[in-house]
Design a protein around this ligand. Structure first.
Ligand code: NAP
Length: 269
């Protein structure tokens, strides 16, 4: 499975205790990267490191909302590795456990909480990555995990959709800024659709109800299934590797065809 596509690279991944972040960590390590596994879920992060093995990964404490945590992480990366080749800004929350998320009933507090993780976290992650990657002779790749919800409105998750749209746009600003400055730093966004991770647990429930909920949901997905975290990790791997050396400021959709069209399209007969 491994072609050593990231051999010699150091990668920092946020929200890597489970889901898409863990899949990226495992795939990157399998391709030869040393992975800095970061999350607020310390147990899950430790489990990710255990699954990879300590020769390929280590845990670093990092709440993406905290400027101080990012500053500490930068110092630690500099001290231990003297380089950072890849940052995957993956940590994100839906806010659905914080109360209603529609435009009429969302509280300012929960609106801000969602943006603090999903947008401030990505802003701080990009800023830190630029600082560490910009010295001549270094460089790197920033991969921001946005969402298909960053490209369309989501009436029941308005703050989430707003934050992901902002991530999509900020990725392009970062890409242009770095290119203008002559920094060897690329920045791209990934837009997953329905990827089966623990993020979906509150929406899908458990047992037979869960199976029914998945069936109902995928009926609207052109490929008729949910995606896997590993499928997203392959896309992140391409963007993290030198294979994507001419790709910056671009957005990559992985959604089983959801954004390709509309369910309201006219069909013959
Ligand atoms: P997930 O299973 O919920 O995992 C997210 C991880 O991020 C969790 O371990 C979570 O820790 C951690 N996290 C939350 N807040 C954090 C913070 N402030 N600092 C550091 N870590 C934090 O989610 P996922 O489905 O893998 O999603 C990963 C990314 O993909 C997110 O940005 C999400 O918006 C995006 N995405 C996912 C889908 C999908 O269908 N799954 C679709 C589109 C986009 P706790 O568990 O302790 O909160």
């Amino acid at each position: 499975m491994s072609d050593g596509r990231l051999t010699g690279k150091v990668a920092l991944i946020t929200g890597a205790a489970r889901g898409i972040g863990r899949a990226c960590a495992e795939r990157f390590a399998g391709e030869g990267a040393f992975v800095l596994v970061t999350d607020i879920d310390t147990e899950g992060a430790a489990e990710t490191v255990r699954r990879i093995g300590e020769s390929g990964a280590r845990w670093l404490e990092l709440d993406v909302r905290s400027e101080a945590d990012w500053a500490r992480a930068a110092v630690e990366v500099q001290r231990s590795h003297r380089r950072l080749d890849v940052v995957v800004n993956n940590a994100g929350i839906t806010g659905l456990d914080l109360g209603p998320q529609d435009p009429e009933h969302t509280t300012l507090e929960s609106w801000r909480a969602v943006h603090a993780t999903n947008l401030d976290g990505v802003f701080l992650g990009c800023r830190t990555a630029i600082e560490l990657m910009k010295p001549p002779g270094l460089g790197g790749s920033i991969v921001n995990i946005s969402s298909r919800s960053g490209q369309v409105g989501i009436s029941g998750a308005a703050a989430y959709a707003s934050s992901k749209a902002a991530v999509r746009n900020h990725s392009k600003s970062v890409a242009l800024y770095c290119a203008e400055r002559g920094y060897a730093i690329r920045c791209n966004s990934i837009h997953p659709g329905a990827i089966l991770t623990p993020m979906w647990d509150p929406l899908l429930g458990e047992g037979p109800a869960r199976e029914a909920a998945v069936r109902e949901f995928v009926a609207e997905v052109p490929l008729r299934r949910m995606g896997t975290p590993e499928e997203v990790a392959v896309m992140a791997l391409y963007l993290a590797s030198d294979e994507s050396s001419y790709v910056t400021g671009a957005e990559f959709v992985i959604d089983g065809g959801i954004l390709a069209g509309s369910v309201a399209q006219p069909r013959p007969e």
